[in-house]
Write a protein that binds this ligand. Structure first.
Ligand code: SF4
Length: 240
């Protein structure tokens, strides 16, 4: 199968296989169990450059002390800083306060439901906006991080610009990918798959449900795979 053939592969098949895999392999985190968009938003900011397992404890502590937007607005910033300290980046405590104030004052305590509005909030970006919209609101909104880029790059055999997350071709693929009746699960499926199976170094291709049509697995020799893996490790985003 050529690279062009791969690009003709209908995205629905790729997504269908991932969703099927996800049914039996999804990871559980408290921010996936809540129906509070504010908690999802805070979790996504915590997850930037931080492993999910590290975030879980801090997330639970923060919301045990400050369960609502209003509680965070009224909280002592130093207390929040003490809670988020183990995550390393203490700027996050300031961001959480500013974020809560903005949401309370401008949106009456409700997290906005458009990408444009989310992008104007402190501490957000395209990824966080897409994650909140799809995960908290189940909207057909794309998300791309370096892990999603890696899966697309390997499976479809595409090359991307150095900043793959901003590559228009990748973003278009992510938009097609999330066009599904359950965008939440579609996005969580590719994130979990990239963290468990299609990992940066030595992906688990032999057991992978996508291996039949995967460009990396079928059409790339071992030496080339090693070089590609090293590059992926350098670019990896360890948030998930
Ligand atoms: S076969 Fe390997 S490289 Fe291809 S999608 Fe699966 S894990 Fe990733």
């Amino acid at each position: 199968m050529t690279v062009d053939d791969h690009l003709q592969t209908p995205m629905p098949n790729f997504r269908k296989t991932l969703l099927k895999w996800y049914t039996g392999n999804k990871r559980k985190y408290p921010w996936r169990e809540t129906d509070d968009p504010f908690r999802v938003l805070i979790a996504e900011i915590m997850l930037r450059r931080t492993k999910a397992d590290q975030v879980e404890k801090v997330y639970n502590q923060l919301f045990a002390h400050y369960p609502t937007v209003k509680d965070i607005v009224n909280a002592d910033e130093e207390q929040i800083e003490n809670i988020v300290y183990p995550l390393g980046l203490t700027w996050r405590s300031t961001t959480f306060k500013l974020l809560a104030m903005e949401i309370l004052n401008r949106y009456g305590g409700e997290v906005p439901q458009t990408r444009e509005s989310l992008l104007l909030l402190p501490g957000t970006g395209e990824y966080v906006a897409g994650a909140v919209l799809s995960i908290a609101y189940n909207k057909r909104e794309w998300l791309v991080d370096s892990n999603v880029v890696r899966v697309f790059r390997r499976y479809f055999g595409i090359s991307t610009s150095k900043e793959g997350r901003r590559d228009k071709r990748v973003i278009n693929m992510a938009k097609k990918y999330v066009s599904h009746r359950n965008p939440r699960d579609a996005n969580l499926a590719i994130l979990d798959f990239s963290a468990i199976v299609c990992i940066p170094r030595k992906p688990k291709c032999i057991d992978c449900p996508l291996n039949t049509d995967c460009h990396y697995y079928r059409d790339t020799d071992i030496q080339e795979r090693r070089e590609k893996d090293n590059k992926e490790v350098r670019n990896a985003c360890w948030t998930r």
